[in-house]
Design a protein around this ligand. Structure first.
Ligand SMILES: CC(C)(COP(=O)(O)OP(=O)(O)OC[C@H]1O[C@@H](n2cnc3c(N)ncnc32)[C@H](O)[C@@H]1OP(=O)(O)O)[C@@H](O)C(=O)NCCC(=O)NCCS
Length: 158
């Protein structure tokens, strides 16, 4: 894992990165579950105050990203994705920790996120100190119209 992380770079992203973000998102999210956003949704969100983007590259190629928002003393992880070919080498965790560090810099004392019930990403969130704090019924609408519950996770940012 440390070999991969040595080749991983994190940088702040901007509007100009959105085509790359859209490409990663299309590869990363399974269309069955309705978790991915459209480019227009990403652009609209990134234009709002308090929203930021972190891009991860592996050996010079962009592979993952995180989108997050801070308001007052709370933050929210909006999206986290990494290309399937580069998974389980610590890149998702590195993005998540970068978001938490930036959230603290911006004055947040707590961070929240939502994840589809059954998404293996929940294991990563628990490992990074998040606890499940709630459920939202029928939060995601999949490609074929099925509805999936979301679980809400949160953790303090000491
Ligand atoms: C979530 C995601 C960003 C993680 O990226 P990653 O680079 O693999 O992250 P890491 O390597 O740091 O950690 C992966 C951890 O997730 C969990 N995990 C991921 N896939 C898993 C699987 N198939 N089975 C069990 N655990 C799994 C494990 O805890 C794993 O850690 P481990 O490899 O040490 O066992 C990536 O899986 C992804 O893009 N998923 C699709 C998009 C998504 O669902 N995003 C989250 C909701 S916004």
């Amino acid at each position: 894992m440390s070999g991969t992380l040595n080749l991983t770079e994190l940088r702040e992203g901007g509007i100009h990165d959105l085509p790359r973000v859209a490409a990663i998102m299309q590869e990363a999210f399974d269309a069955r579950f309705g978790e991915a956003w459209t480019s227009a949704q990403c652009m609209g969100m990134l234009s709002l105050p308090g929203v930021w983007l972190v891009i991860a590259s592996l050996a010079g190629a962009d592979t993952g990203f995180a989108l997050a928002r801070s308001t007052a003393d709370e933050s929210e992880l909006l999206l986290l994705a990494n290309r399937p070919a580069a998974r389980r080498r610590g890149i998702g965790g590195a993005l998540l920790r970068a978001v938490m560090a930036e959230a603290r810099e911006r004055g947040a004392v707590r961070i929240h996120l939502e994840v589809r019930s059954g998404n293996d990403a929940a294991q990563l969130y628990r490992r990074e100190g998040f606890d499940k704090v709630g459920e939202r019924r029928d939060y995601y609408r999949g490609k074929a119209g099925q509805l999936f519950d979301a679980h809400t996770y949160a953790r303090d940012l000491p």
